[in-house]
Design a protein around this ligand. Structure first.
Ligand code: FCB
Length: 447
């Protein structure tokens, strides 16, 4: 089993970049080192019942100390690019002043990545809000958007020279809806009206930061990363078709439409006005400023049926489908459909697939990890990207999630997404069969 793209695929030309991705809280550990402040995820992890096994990010993959060795791992995989995130609580104190020790860590890391010839994608916010800002209202407070602007200013001033591409946010849907509406991610709030207001403030923060990043880092690209699933209706029934439309609107359109068109979906006004946030004059213009790229994270699809109370509910596919270890349906065709549909709906900037991958129940046996399902997943999804490009979608790169197994949010360390296996007792990294398959595909390219 290998990863094989058609030999004439645009993805095999030098213009298309392949990478691996991680996020600060999921890999760094060293939670208290060098004056790092607590984040909402530290608090959430310490709250009983929130994270499986009460796992936390105190040690994680200890990347804070093992980063040089991890860069060699990235090199060994043969990728062109690395996507990481910066931890806000590491680099800024409560007064909004720089924390030099935290900045030093990232400066060394970024310099070395560039010295190794890698293209560097940095996400400013991958969910680890400083706890002191949550104490003042977090993303429910407009003020947090202005604090983010200051943080973005600091980081892009310091690191402009070593970063090729800046993303303001990773997955506003998860940060806002899972965190403030459904309560399954930090900060664990669950009021129906909270999620969309938090999302609006996150999008506002994105827009407020854009001109600052452009000024500080004129040679870098700047954009945002959205997660998107493909939604299907459980049946041909009108109610189920409606449920699907609403689900798709709330999960996908609610985030992409304000960015691309400066408005929230009109459908919500008539059928679900409770999902519309309070918007001040001028906000939508700030949010919809042009971006250089759109990052898309894709993992799965969903099936929806009408529900009298909540309007839609998740149901299982009626087909015989395969799932990954986290219970997500494997649906590469849905990936192509999603990309082609978005391309038809919007005038999109160039797209990067900033995350895609599978959780598998990996075991190390005689020093090897035979993650055959992940190899098939990657092969299927890379070919799905290829088909979307063939259909005219402007996709410039693909990042596998993830470089290595890591802290999978509410699932703790129980779910493994890495191309590399991490033994959390010894911190030993072992490249899985999928990592070698990715490496072989990359090395076979004619550069
Ligand atoms: C995405 C997150 C990423 C990772 C994957 C599995 O939603 O951005 O951090 O946890 O899911």
């Amino acid at each position: 089993m290998s990863i094989t793209l058609p030999s004439n695929s645009k993805m095999l030309t030098p213009d298309f970049i392949f990478g691996v991705a991680t996020a600060a809280f999921q890999i760094e550990g060293a939670a208290k080192a060098d004056n790092r402040l607590p984040s909402i995820w530290d608090t959430f992890c310490a709250t009983p019942g929130k994270v499986k096994g009460m796992d936390n990010g105190d040690i994680a993959c200890d990347h804070y100390h093992l980063w040089e060795q991890d860069i060699q791992l990235i090199k060994e995989l043969g990728v062109d690019a690395y996507r990481l995130s910066i931890a806000w609580p590491r680099v800024m104190n409560e007064q909004g002043e720089a924390n030099q020790a935290g900045l030093d860590f990232y400066r060394n890391l970024l310099k070395k990545l560039k010295a190794e010839g890698l293209t560097v994608f940095v996400t400013l916010y991958h969910w680890d809000l400083p706890q002191h800002l949550e104490d003042k209202g977090g993303w429910l407070s407009r003020e947090t958007a202005y604090r983010f602007q200051q943080y973005a200013d600091l980081v892009t001033t310091e690191f402009a020279d070593w970063v090729d591409s800046w993303a303001t946010f990773n997955e506003p849907f998860c940060a806002a809806i899972l965190g403030y509406e459904l309560g399954i991610h930090a900060p664990g709030l669950n009021k129906p009206e909270y999620g969309r207001q938090a999302a609006h403030h996150i999008l506002l923060a994105h827009g407020l930061a854009l001109p600052i990043i452009r000024k500080n880092a004129p040679h870098s690209k700047v954009g945002i990363v959205l997660n998107m699933n493909r939604s299907y209706a459980a049946s041909e029934k009108v109610e189920d078709q409606f449920a699907c439309l609403l689900r798709e609107t709330l999960d996908n359109q609610f985030f992409i439409e304000p960015l691309m068109k400066g408005q929230y979906p009109q459908l919500l006004k008539t059928v679900a006005p409770q999902y519309l946030p309070t918007v001040l004059p001028g906000d939508m213009e700030i949010i919809s400023q042009p971006i250089d790229f759109l990052g898309l994270n894709f993992y799965t699809c969903n099936h929806n049926a009408y529900d009298a109370d909540s309007l839609f509910k998740n149901v299982q596919s009626s087909q015989n489908v395969e799932f990954t270890d986290i219970g997500w349906e494997i649906a590469p065709q849905a990936f192509t459909e999603l990309l082609v549909t978005l391309h038809q709906q919007y005038e999109l900037p160039p797209i990067y697939i900033t995350e895609n991958g599978a959780a598998c129940d990996d075991h190390i046996i005689a020093g090897e990890i035979n993650d055959e399902q992940r190899v098939r997943y990657l092969d299927g999804h890379l070919n799905a990207v290829h088909r979307a490009i063939d259909a005219g979608v402007d996709i410039r790169g693909y990042f596998a999630w993830s470089l290595m197994d890591n802290f999978e949010w509410a699932e703790g360390y129980s779910k493994r997404f890495g191309l590399t296996y991490v033994d959390y007792h010894t911190q030993q990294r072992t490249i899985k069969r999928s990592g070698y398959a990715y490496q072989a595909m990359l090395n076979a390219r004619i550069r």
